[in-house]
Ligand binder design. Sequence first.
Ligand code: ADP
Length: 460
Amino acid sequence: MSIFKRQTATPTTSPAQENYAELALRTIHDGVILTNKLGIIQYVNPAAVIMLDCGSAENAINLDYGLLVRIETKEGRELSETENPLTIAMKTGQALDKYACCLISGASAKRIPISISVLPVQGDKRIITFRDIAKELAEEGEQTEFISTASHEMRTPVATIDGYLSLALNPQTATIDERARGYLESAHAASQHLGRLFHDLLDVTKLDDGRIRPQFVPVELTGEVKKISDDYISRMKEAGLNFRFGSKDSEFGGEPRRLDQVIYGFVDLGFLREIMDNLLDNAIKYTPSGGSVYVGVLGDGDRALINVTDTGVGISSDDLQHIFQKFYRSDNSDTREVGGTGLGLYLVKQRVEAMGGRVWAESAFGDGSTFYVSLPRISGEEYEKRMIAVRNAQMINQSSPVATTQPTAPSVPVAPQPPAPPAPPIPTTPSVANATPPAPPTPINQTNIINNNINGGISQ
Ligand code: ADP
C-alpha cells in the first residue's frame, strides 16, 4: 500500500501530487525511512533497501529501525546508546541534521560512509534520510592530502626564512639600523605566523585523512586535566593571571570551592592534551592581566564535563556561532591584536568529536568565556577492567619479540617534531651585516606553538 494513500488526511495534497512524490521517493538515491514514534518502520524507499541490504521493503516493514540502521562513528568506533545521535533523535523527537557516520549494512556488515538526518513529522512520526558520501569523502580526502602536502613542503622554507630573520635581529650576529629592525621584526612576526599556520594545518588534516586515529586508554580525567593545566601555571603568572583548578572563585559568581571528583574516562591522551593546550592558550591570550582562569572536571551522569573558564574579553553572540569553524577569528579591537590562526578551536572540536564528545562555549562580550568539553565517562569498575586489559597487552608485548607500533598504555604524548632546519643560504641583504658566521637558524617552535604569541600584532 502506498505511504501517501495512508496519509491522505492532508487535504491540500492532490492524488496527482502524491503520485509525483511517490515517484520521486522511488527514484532518488537517498535512503528514506518513515517510522512511528516508537521507531517501528512504516515505509522504506528502494534506495534505503539497497543501502541497508535488507532484500525488500516488505522485509523491513514493522521492524524496529535500530535493527536495520546500525551506525558507528566515521572513524569506525562503536557508539554507546547515550552518545548515539540517531538513537537520541529518534527517542526524543529532536531533529538530527546531516550527521556523518558509517552505516553497518546488512548481514555482511559492510561499512558505508553516510550522512544521516532525522526529521520529526506530524508530531509522532520520524523521517530518517541518509546518503552515501563515499564520493564526497574521496574528493575531500584529495583536497586534504593536497593541503597537508603543501603545508609540509612550505614549512621548510618558512623555517629557513624565520631562522635568518632571527639571526638578523640578534645583535650578536648582525648589526642593523633601527628602521631596518622595525621592518625585520614585522617580517619575523609574519614568518612565525606562517609557520604556525602550516603547523596547525598539518595537525587538522592528520585526523581528516586518517593519518592519525584516536588511541583510547583508560584514564582518571581529573588528574590528567590538572596535570596539563599545571604546566600553564608559570605562563599564567607571567601574564598576571590568577589560576584555580577545581571551581570558580566565589567572588566571580562561582560556587564555593569543592573537592576534586575522581572521574574516569576512555580517551586519547594526545588528543586530550591538544584540546586543553588550545583552550588554555586561548584563555591566556584573551584575558588581560589581572584576570582569572579556572579549570574544572565534573561528573555529569555518564559524561565527564571539563570547563575552561576565563574572565577575559569574552565573545559576542554573533561570533559564538562561528568560532569552531576553520579559520574563524573574531574581528574586534580586543582580539584583533592577539596572534592566532583561527584553527585552534576547529582542531579542538575535531579531536573532541573523534572521542565521542561535544564541545561548546558560553560567553558574553566583555564578560569572560567558558568552554565546555563533554566526554563519555566510564565507571571505576570499567576503568579497572580496562587497565587490566592494558597491563595484559603490555605484558604480551614485552614478552613478544616483535615490537608493536601502537601505544597500548597511557603515556605522555609526544608532540610532533619539526624537521631539522636546512642549512641557511648565504644572506645577501645589504642592510644586514653578519658580525660572526651565522649559527644554524632557530627553527620555529613547532612543538609548543601555543606558547608563542605574535608580538607584531598580525591578525587575519
Ligand atoms: P585563534 O588562533 O585565533 O585563537 P581559535 O580557533 O583558537 O583561533 O579561536 C577562534 C576565535 O575565537 C579567536 O580568534 C577568538 O576571537 C575567539 N576566542 C577563542 N577563545 C577565546 C576566549 N577564551 N576568549 C575570547 N575569545 C576567544
